[in-house]
Design a protein. Structure first.
Length: 610
């Protein structure tokens, strides 16, 4: 399509070039299926040619329109094809890596992470990262060059270019509203597609990469429950709200939340034998306080989602499957959002968030402002940034020192929320001395064992140091998810629950927790705050009362996985009381995230004073 003004315009050549582009796009779609299916060409070809041909061709149509948009934008089939091809190449690699480490496909919202160069380098490795950077620079240079040349195209070529831009732009804009009522592309998929929102991995397998990607565009956080109304919400908030007197300063202990990256007990996995116990320093504390396992919504990743649940008391399992990351898709759109932070702020607490990494990950800076944190300490302003051995991340010990200094600096009650980084992947080569081995083994595994051992020691030392503070301090510590370093064979030997259980404990520097002798608890992160308030005898909001009642009937639940108190099931099958509590909880979560926010106009998330 790109010609100098004096060049003759050749329709046969135009048709030939377009046919070539269609073939190129068709092959690129197969490539995406190939990378999504663990680089299995057999599965990719069967998906395209026999199992799901209609859905595959619909996906190819969308990709073709994307390629035509780039061709029209740069006024060149060469430039458009190269930029399209490199983009699809990166997308396929990212898909393969995420499926390998997290057993999840790439979502539209993941594209916002493209500027996180340091994390991408750590995830992909130096070789792949620098190769990608060279390609990216080349694409940028190519884009600028051809964009400049596009202004000197012949008149007929400019007309064709304009038509391509308009048609492809309108089509892609329409694709962006894939989940809107009456969308024709969605209807075409619906003829043969079986959407599986509760398992995005299976959803992408069933409808193809493009179909799965489109399915995760622009949807409400939750579907409206049948009996949602202002009257219903009013009845719920009144039912659970409690009257309380003012809280004295003596009744306001410091509260510390610690979400430890990938902290879990590898000895709980079937098919894995360790030479020792890397969590022995952790267990010295856990066996003398309220502790057990937390049912995580993620595997190998999803940190921000577990953090969201712990701070808000809202469950990921109640959201639409497309609401993959509330931190980036939901919270930043709100001016305020009810959470433990806002609750404690109204009780007179100073609130601090600490994450020894950058502020842009998962839009934490924006999210923490919405939650109401007074300050956010990151790698940009932390006083202590020590690292251990060859670990590229700030150590847990350094982060705990930061917390201790924050607590000592003020006599006012404080809430400190820490998200650690020391035990983040990649693990290879982090430590020169390795104290643990396993069967099967790998460099990643042995370095991971050392990582959690160092994290255990740092936690033990930190909790012991709290005993020396004059003011009572409460700690909730938990691992966010298992690391994504276990082999497929090992994962097959373990149940879904085994792959989603991490360690947690509550700690009271004054040893006054009501159930300090219970060490076999299985819980969900939504219960951390209300459970802590009950254990420590702190004043509770109506929302926390609802969660405490729900916990008695449904001790732990996440996406398509429910703990009855005896076993894990894949379906919700509790008694009538549990169903009513679950329905009330679902209505409140819908009201906050998607509905009219009637509950925020009450004191349901604060205290109802006499």
């Amino acid at each position: 399509m790109l010609h100098k003004k004096r060049a003759a315009y050749s329709w046969p050549k135009f048709i030939l070039v377009n046919v070539g582009l269609v073939i190129f796009v068709y092959l690129s779609d197969i490539y995406l299926q190939f990378m999504q299916n663990d680089r299995s060409l057999d599965l990719a070809l069967k998906f395209a040619l026999s199992w799901h041909t209609e859905k595959f061709l619909l996906g190819t149509l969308v990709l073709w329109m994307l390629a035509l948009f780039l061709v029209g934008l740069f006024g060149s089939y060469l430039a458009g094809s190269v930029i399209y091809g490199v983009s699809i190449l990166f997308l396929g690699i990212a898909t393969y890596l995420k499926m390998t480490y997290r057993m999840e496909p790439i979502y539209p919202d993941d594209l916002k992470m493209i500027t996180e160069f340091s994390l991408l380098k750590e995830m992909a490795g130096n070789g792949l990262f620098y190769f990608a950077m060279v390609l990216l620079i080349g694409v940028i240079v190519l884009s600028v060059y051809f964009l400049y040349r596009s202004f000197f195209l012949a008149k007929k070529a400019q007309i064709v270019r304009g038509i391509l831009l308009v048609v492809s732009s309108l089509f892609l804009f329409y694709c962006g509203h894939f989940n809107s009522n009456g969308n024709l592309l969605k209807k075409a998929y619906d003829k043969t597609a079986l959407w599986i929102p509760y398992s995005q991995k299976m959803n992408y397998y069933n409808v193809g990469f493009v179909g799965g990607f489109l399915f995760n565009l622009n949807v409400p956080a939750m579907e409206e429950p049948e009996n949602y109304s202002e009257k219903t919400i009013s009845e719920i908030t009144e039912k659970y709200s409690k009257e309380t007197t003012s809280v004295t300063e003596e009744e306001k202990p410091n509260i510390v939340f610690v979400m430890s990256e990938s902290f879990s007990d590898p000895r709980r996995l079937s098919g894995l034998t360790l030479s020792g116990n890397p969590l022995s320093p952790y267990e010295e504390i856990a066996q003398n306080t309220y502790s057990g396992q937390m049912l995580s919504s993620g595997f190998g990743g999803g940190t921000a989602n577990i953090e969201f649940s712990a701070l808000t008391g809202l469950s990921m399992s109640l959201f639409n499957g497309q609401m993959t990351t509330p931190y980036t898709m939901l919270v930043p759109k709100e001016k305020t959002f009810p959470s433990l932070v806002s609750y404690l702020e109204k009780l007179g607490y100073n609130t601090t968030a600490i994450h020894p990494y950058n502020t842009s990950m998962y839009k934490r800076k924006d999210v923490y402002e919405t939650f109401g944190f007074d300050q956010f300490l990151s790698e940009d302003n932390l006083k202590h940034q020590e690292k251990i051995a060859n670990n590229p991340y700030i150590s847990d010990a350094a982060a705990y020192t930061e917390i201790l200094e924050e607590l000592k600096a003020s006599n006012e009650p404080q809430f400190v929320h820490l998200v650690t980084m020391q035990t983040h992947m990649p693990y290879n080569g982090k430590y020169n001395t390795l104290d643990f081995s396993s069967t099967p083994t790998s460099d990643s595994l042995t370095n991971y064992y050392q990582d959690i051992y160092e994290a255990s020691k740092a936690l033990n030392s930190f909790l012991t140091s709290l005993n020396e503070l004059g003011q009572r301090t409460l700690v909730v510590f938990w691992g966010d998810h298992l690391p994504g370093i276990y082999s497929d064979d090992l994962k097959k030997e373990n149940s879904e629950a085994q792959l989603h259980l991490t360690e947690f404990l509550f700690y009271d520097s004054k040893n006054q927790l009501l159930e300090s002798g219970n060490h076999n608890v299985i819980t969900s992160p939504i219960y951390f705050a209300p459970d802590l308030f009950k254990q420590a005898g702190l004043p509770e909001s109506g929302f926390y009362t609802l969660l405490q009642d729900l916990q008695k009937e449904m001790p732990a639940f996440e996406n398509n996985l429910y703990y009855t108190g005896r076993e894990f099931t894949k379906e919700f099958s509790y008694n009538e009381k549990a169903q009513k509590l679950y329905d009330d909880y679902q209505l409140i979560q819908y009201d906050i995230t998607t509905g009219k926010k009637y509950s925020l106009e009450t004191n349901f998330f604060t205290l109802k004073e006499k």
